[in-house]
Design a protein around this ligand. Structure first.
Ligand code: GTP
Ligand code: MG
Length: 199
């Protein structure tokens, strides 16, 4: 992966604009500002192919990035959930878009649920995990911004998240711990994604 080309394919504001379902897809979901776009950039060794921003609510559409040969698949950057400052109508629209994509996409090979290492699981994360459980969409839980917390605190939070993930039928038991900033856990996650995409 990711040794070949990575190209922005398209941005889908509505389901009818999704690309043809002919390639496996890996979806990035999580709360606003958790670091979805940054993680996608780190995995693909790009500075800002997926636009990251200090302002929550940056990503408002489903953004598809195509990874080239030898393994063709797509990474899908999604709008965040739990962003209270956006107008409720806008939040509802993102939520509906994300949920219907996750529930209905035939070529969805794996979902990543990103969780901020400083905060651990919030109710919106639990809600999303429950929805994925019910839709039988198997997901990896990925801790982000691990560079922002002390090792001792990080270990505690990861243990807690792992304990909860066990109760979710569609969650992988193993938790990935990453920092897009420092590169922590990125190579391991990249390898896992490649396996997911290969099926
Ligand atoms: P939305 O598109 O708004 O939902 O946000 P997002 O989840 O895509 O987050 P984004 O990648 O835009 O990152 C949000 C902020 O967190 C940015 O200021 C990033 O620089 C910062 N950030 C992301 N990953 C890391 C990390 O691993 N470590 C540190 N220290 N900061 C990070
Ligand atoms: Mg984003």
């Amino acid at each position: 992966l990711f040794s070949g080309r990575v190209d922005f394919l398209l941005s889908a504001p509505q389901l009818k604009f999704l690309p043809d379902p002919d390639v496996p897809e890996i979806a990035f979901c999580g709360r606003s500002n958790v670091g979805k776009s940054s993680l996608l950039n780190a995995l693909t060794l790009r500075k800002n192919i997926a636009r990251a921003s200090v302002t929550p609510g940056r990503t408002q559409e489903l953004n598809f990035f195509e990874v080239g040969e030898p393994t063709r698949f797509r990474l899908v950057d999604m709008p965040g959930y739990g962003f209270a400052k956006a107008p409720p109508k806008v939040v509802e629209k993102w939520k509906a878009l994300v949920k219907s994509y996750l529930r209905g996409r035939q070529v969805l090979a794996r979902t990543l649920v990103l969780v901020d290492s400083r905060h651990g699981l919030k109710d919106v994360d639990r809600e999303m995990m429950k929805m994925l459980d019910e839709a039988a969409v198997v997901y990896r839980v990925v801790m982000t911004k691990a560079d922002k917390v002390k090792k001792s605190e990080l270990d505690k939070t990861v243990a807690k998240v792992a304990e909860e993930a066990k109760k979710h039928v569609a969650a992988f038991p193993e938790i990935h711990v990453t920092s897009s900033e420092k590169g922590m856990g990125i190579a391991e996650l990249r390898a896992a994604i490649l396996e997911d995409a290969l099926g």
